[in-house]
Design a protein. Structure first.
Lengths: 291, 456
C-alpha cells in the first residue's frame, strides 16, 4: 500500500476535526442546556443553576454550607427553595436572587458565616452578565444521563424517610477530631474586618430586596457547644446583632438542643437538620400563615 | 510558560518561522539557545543567572576533565550534584520562615525558588561530563552546542533526559525539507490530547486524593481514585514527552522515547524499561553500573538496586514519601529477582499467568503512586489506611464512575487494544482519528493545570 502523502494526511485530519467541531457547535447552540456536573454533592453550581432554571419560589432560604444541610424535601412549607452554598456566602446567593426579574415573597438569610463575601465568578455566571460558555460534550452527556438516573426524590417517600429518621436515636458518631480542627480554624484569624464589610454589604442587599417588596428575615443555625464560643462565631454574632438589633427581624427557631449532632463538628447531621427544618416550618407557619 | 498556554504556541510559531530562513540557517543553534533562554526566563528571570552558572560551570569542568579526567570529572559531578542538593534539599536544613530578608549572597540564594527542571538539566550536565571524557577521540562541543544540549527548550523542564552521545551528533544545519511533518503532528497532537483530555480532566477527580479532601471520599472511591491517578500521571507525563518529541522533530532533533506502554508490564523490571525510560537508562548508566551493577554477587546486586531506587525516589523531592516510593519499588525489584530465580516458568500456563502478572504489577505500581500523589508521608499513610476502613463521614464527595471511565479510555485503549486492531485502524483511518482527537481535546479539555513533572 502506498503511504499517504503529507498533504493528504493533513487534509483528512483537518476535515475530520472541522466537521466534528461543526457538529458540536450546532448541538451546543441549538440543543438543550446541560445541567452542571459537580464532583461534590450539593455543589454551588447545581444549586444556583437549579434556582435560575425553576420558577421563583414563595420562600427562599439562603446561606452557607450550614444551610445546605436543610434539605428542601423535608420542609412542609410549600413552594420553598434552599440555596446553601458550600464554602460560600449568603451574599452570593442574594446577588443571584436579585438578578432575577421577580423575587420570592419571603427571603430568609442565614447569618452564621459572614467572614466570606461574594463569589464574583458565581455571581457573574448566574446573574446574566456572563458570556455564554461552550459545554464540554462528554461531561454534558453524562450530566443528562445522571439527571435521568437520579431524578429528585419523591416527596412522599422523603417524608416517610424523615419520619423513620426521627424515630431513631441521635447519631453516636464521634466527630471530636473534626470539631477540634474546625475550632482551631475558627480561632485562627480575627474576622472582624471581613464580617463588618460583609454585614454592611448585606444591609445594602436587604434594603434593595425590601425596596422590591419582598420580606427579609434573618436566622442563625446552632453550632456545637465548642464552636459557639469560638472567636469567629462570637465576633460574627456580636457584629450582626448590633447591626440588626430588631427582634422582629429575626426568625425564632426552637428545638431541643440535646437532640442535635454535628456530623463534622460544624454541620448538622441529617437527623438534626430535619429537627431544625421542622422548627423553621413551625416559625414560618405562624409568621406567614397557611399557603 | 507552559506547553498548554497560548503564549507558548506563539513562541513556537515565531521560533519556527525564523529557524529555517536561509539567512538564519548558519545561526540555528544560536537561535535555539536564545529561544530556550527566553523560554526558561519567561516569568522566572531571576533564575537565568543560576542556569548560566550551571551550564558555564559544567562546560569549564568539561574542558578541564578532557585534560585530566581523574581529577576534574568527580569535581564536575560534585558541582552539579551540589547545585541539585542545594536547591532541592536546602529546606531540610533551613526553615523557610527563618530566612532573613537581608541582601547578603546567602540570603539571596536561600530565597531563590526551586528552579524548574533542575533535576533534568543537572542530569544532562552529568551526562555531558561523563560521555565526552570517556575517550580522547571525542570532539569537544563548543560552548553554544553545550548550551543547546543542556537547555534545548522542548526537553529543558521535564526531559526526556537525552544522553550527550545521542544529542550532540545531531547538531548540524537543518533544512525544512527534512522535517517529517506528519510524524511531528502525530506526536504533538497525541501529547496535547493526553494532557488536555485525559490528564486535566482526571485531575479534577484525583484532586480529591489531596489532604483533607480525601476524608470526604467513600471507601470504594478511594480505590477508584488510585487507579485514576495511575492513568492521570501516565497521561500527563506521556503527554508532555510526546509534545517534547514532536517539538524536537520540528526543529530537526530526535529526542528519545520515554514511555512504551508501561501498564502492560508483566514484571517490575519490565516496568522500568517502559516507564520514564530516559531516567531509568540514566540511573542504570551513571549510577547502577558504576556501583558495580550485578557483577559482585547477589547480595551486592540487591543492595545496588535498593540504593539506585532509593536515590531515584529522592531525586523527585526531599520528602519521606518519595524515598518510600523509591525504596518500595526497589524492594519489589529485589523480591521479583528472588522469586524468579527460584521458580521455573511453565509455558503451558503462560496465557493465564501473563495477564495475572500484568494485573499484579499494575496494582502494585498504582498503590505506590499514592506516595507520589501525597508527598506528606502521614497523609499518604492515612489515605492508605482509609482504603481499608469504611468512611462514616456524612456528605461524602461524589465521583462519577462513568465519566472517569470515559476520560481514562484513551490510556486503556492504548494499552489493551490488540496490536492488529491498532494497525488496521492506522492504515485507513489514522488522519481522521487524529482529527477527531484534535476536536475532542478542543471541546472537552479539562481545567488547566501544570504538568505533574514540572515540580521535579
Amino acid at each position: 500500500m502506498n503511504p499517504i502523502s503529507p498533504q493528504n494526511w493533513f487534509l483528512k485530519c483537518s476535515i475530520a476535526a472541522g466537521l466534528s467541531l461543526l457538529v458540536y457547535a450546532a448541538i451546543a447552540i441549538a440543543g438543550p442546556k446541560a445541567p452542571p456536573l459537580p464532583t461534590n454533592r450539593d455543589g454551588a453550581l447545581t444549586v444556583l443553576d437549579r434556582y435560575m432554571q425553576e420558577p421563583v419560589p414563595r420562600v427562599l432560604l439562603v446561606g452557607s454550607s450550614l444551610t445546605a444541610r436543610l434539605n428542601e424535601v423535608y420542609f412542609d412549607t410549600p413552594d420553598l427553595r434552599v440555596i446553601g452554598l458550600a464554602g460560600g456566602s449568603p451574599i452570593t446567593a442574594l446577588e443571584v436572587a436579585l438578578a432575577r426579574n421577580r423575587l420570592p415573597k419571603t427571603i430568609l438569610i442565614e447569618m452564621n458565616i459572614l467572614g466570606r463575601g461574594e463569589d464574583p465568578v458565581l455571581v457573574q455566571k448566574f446573574s446574566g452578565a456572563a458570556t455564554s460558555t461552550w459545554p464540554r460534550p462528554i461531561r454534558s452527556a453524562i450530566a443528562f444521563y445522571e439527571r435521568w438516573l437520579h431524578a429528585p426524590p419523591d416527596r412522599r417517600q422523603a417524608k416517610a424517610d424523615a419520619a423513620a429518621l426521627l424515630q431513631g436515636p441521635p447519631s453516636d458518631f464521634d466527630s471530636r477530631i473534626y470539631a477540634d480542627r474546625a475550632l482551631h480554624q475558627s480561632n485562627a484569624e480575627d474576622p472582624t474586618v471581613a464580617v463588618r464589610a460583609n454585614v454592611t454589604r448585606m444591609e445594602q442587599l436587604i434594603a434593595a430586596i425590601e425596596k422590591r417588596g419582598a420580606r427579609v428575615l434573618l436566622y442563625e443555625l446552632p453550632y456545637s457547644e465548642r464552636l459557639e464560643g469560638s472567636r469567629s462565631a462570637r465576633t460574627t454574632r456580636e457584629i450582626v446583632h448590633s447591626k440588626f438589633p430588631d427582634p422582629d427581624r429575626w426568625l425564632h427557631i426552637d428545638f431541643t438542643r440535646s437532640e442535635l449532632r454535628w456530623a463534622d463538628g460544624v454541620h448538622l447531621d441529617e437527623r438534626s437538620a430535619l429537627i431544625v427544618v421542622q422548627s423553621i416550618d413551625r416559625a414560618l407557619s405562624s409568621l406567614l400563615g397557611p399557603a | 510558560m507552559t506547553f498548554t498556554s497560548w503564549q507558548f504556541g506563539l513562541f513556537v510559531a515565531i521560533v519556527f518561522a525564523t529557524y529555517y530562513l536561509p539567512l538564519v540557517r548558519p545561526f540555528q543553534v544560536h537561535l535555539l539557545v536564545l529561544s530556550s533562554l527566553f523560554f526558561y526566563g519567561y516569568g522566572q528571570v531571576e533564575l537565568l543567572p543560576m542556569l548560566a552558572v550551571a551550564v558555564l560551570g559544567t562546560y569549564l569542568f568539561l574542558v578541564l576533565a578532557m585534560q585530566a579526567r581523574a581529577i576534574w570529572l568527580p569535581v564536575g559531578i560534585a558541582f552539579n550534584l551540589g547545585l541539585l542538593a542545594f536547591f532541592k534539599y536546602k529546606f531540610l536544613f533551613f526553615d523557610p520562615a527563618t530566612i532573613s530578608a537581608g541582601f547578603s549572597a546567602a540570603d539571596f540564594l536561600l530565597r531563590l525558588p526551586l528552579p524548574i527542571g533542575i533535576s533534568f538539566f543537572v542530569f544532562h550536565n552529568i551526562s555531558l561530563l561523563v560521555d565526552l571524557t570517556k575517550d580522547h577521540k571525542t570532539r569537544r562541543p563548543d560552548l553554544t552546542e553545550a548550551f543547546l544540549y543542556i537547555i534545548f527548550f522542548p526537553q529543558l523542564v521535564s526531559g526526556p533526559i537525552t544522553r550527550a552521545q545521542m544529542f550532540l551528533p545531531q547538531i548540524k544545519e537543518k533544512r525544512l525539507t527534512d522535517v517529517d511533518f506528519v510524524e511531528t503532528a502525530k506526536w504533538i497532537l497525541t501529547g496535547y490530547f493526553f494532557k488536555l483530555y485525559v490528564a486535566n480532566n482526571l485531575n479534577e477527580m484525583t484532586a480529591y486524593m489531596d489532604f483533607p479532601l480525601y476524608e470526604t471520599v467513600r471507601l470504594e472511591d478511594k480505590w477508584v481514585l488510585v487507579f485514576l491517578y495511575s492513568y492521570q500521571i501516565y497521561a500527563d507525563f506521556f503527554g508532555y514527552t510526546a509534545i517534547a518529541i514532536g517539538l524536537g522533530l520540528l526543529f530537526g532533533y530526535r529526542l528519545p522515547t520515554n514511555f512504551n506502554l508501561p501498564y502492560i508490564s508483566a514484571s517490575f523490571s519490565e516496568f522500568w524499561t517502559r516507564w520514564h525510560i530516559s531516567l531509568s537508562t540514566w540511573l542504570r548508566t551513571y549510577l547502577y553500573i558504576p556501583l558495580g551493577g550485578n557483577r559482585h554477587g547477589t547480595g551486592r546486586t540487591y543492595l545496588n538496586i535498593m540504593i539506585v531506587m532509593g536515590l531515584g525516589g529522592l531525586w523527585h523531592g526531599a520528602a519521606l514519601s518519595y524515598l518510600a516510593w523509591g525504596t518500595m519499588h526497589g524492594a519489589l525489584l529485589v523480591l521479583e529477582r528472588v522469586i524468579q530465580g527460584n521458580i521455573g516458568g511453565n509455558p503451558h500456563w503462560e496465557a493465564v499467568v501473563q495477564p495475572v502478572r500484568i494485573g499484579l504489577v499494575f496494582f502494585c505500581v498504582s498503590m505506590l503512586w499514592i506516595f507520589f500523589k501525597l508527598p506528606n508521608f502521614d497523609h499518604a499513610l492515612a489515605y492508605l489506611s482509609g482504603m481499608f476502613t469504611a468512611n462514616t463521614v456524612p456528605l461524602q464527595a461524589k465521583l462519577f464512575h462513568n465519566l472517569a471511565l470515559l476520560y481514562s479510555l484513551p490510556v486503556i485503549i492504548q494499552h489493551l487494544a490488540p496490536r492488529w486492531l491498532m494497525e488496521a485502524a492506522r492504515r485507513g483511518a489514522e488522519p481522521y482519528l487524529y482529527g477527531l482527537m484534535t476536536a475532542l481535546m478542543c471541546v472537552e479539555a479539562g481545567p488547566s493545570t501544570s504538568f505533574i513533572y514540572f515540580q521535579f
